[in-house]
Design a protein around this ligand. Structure first.
Ligand SMILES: Cc1cc2nc3c(=O)[nH]c(=O)nc-3n(C[C@H](O)[C@H](O)[C@H](O)COP(=O)(O)O)c2cc1C
Length: 202
């Protein structure tokens, strides 16, 4: 069984490029990707990038239509390391929070949660309504990780690409995958022969 397999959903929040770059990084890491793109994401793709759907599906191992409820990723018996929704709209977030699965993205996310596999949502909106915040709380209570694509300025990004890669590198950290795109805070200052840090009180 190929455990190096991840489900990727691209929904219609701003930031289509996060989904594209994520697929590229996972390809470099030799992770088999199973992709589904929502209808609204096709709109953001057109408004925000010069990509065509074929360019994006070419980066994925397998692509499923977002209304294909018979797709492999709609069943928990299809094994994977987990799922990333990048970016995650407030509508898809709400569907996941309520357990309503009207698209393949929300169904695959529901499956990921019920199988107790890692689910990471790059939830994107600003500002938030109370409904957004409550839905983020609900998915967190169910075990998902809400990881909004918020840039880290301590990394001193010199470009949008660096900003995106840092965010995605931190997302891949959550799966134990080293993308090599994270400028890690003060890690390089620690000498190789430094003693192990003393255990901290709980
Ligand atoms: C250019 C554009 C940008 C959008 N940005 C956001 C956003 O940042 N967050 C969000 O929740 N919805 C955003 N939307 C609205 C969603 O696309 C819309 O709610 C849609 O129903 C989401 O469907 P999906 O979750 O199935 O992809 C945007 C729509 C467009 C056309």
């Amino acid at each position: 069984m190929n455990t190096r397999r991840l489900v990727v959903g691209i929904s219609g929040a701003s930031g289509f490029i996060y989904g594209v770059r994520l697929l590229q990084l996972l390809r470099e890491l030799d992770i088999e990707t199973h992709l589904t793109v929502s209808r609204s994401a096709l709109l953001t793709m057109t408004h925000e990038t010069d990509y065509k759907l074929a360019d994006v599906t070419a980066l994925a191992g397998v692509t499923y239509r977002c209304d294909d409820m018979a797709a492999a990723i709609s069943s928990g018996s299809f094994r994977s390391m987990g799922m990333i929704v990048a970016p995650c709209s407030m509508k898809t977030l709400a569907e996941i929070a309520s357990g309503m699965s009207s698209t393949l993205i929300s169904r695959a996310a529901d499956v990921t949660l019920k199988e107790r596999r890692p689910l990471v949502l790059l939830a994107r909106e600003t500002p938030y309504t109370l409904a957004h915040l409550r839905n983020m709380t609900a998915v967190t209570e169910m075990g998902a990780i809400v990881a909004p694509p918020v840039p880290a300025f301590y990394a001193r990004p010199a470009s949008l690409d660096q900003m995106i890669d840092h965010t995605l590198g931190r997302v891949l950290d959550l799966f134990g995958l080293e993308a090599g795109t994270v400028k890690r805070w003060r890690e390089t200052e620690i000498p190789a022969n430094a003693p192990a840090p003393a255990p901290q009180p709980a």
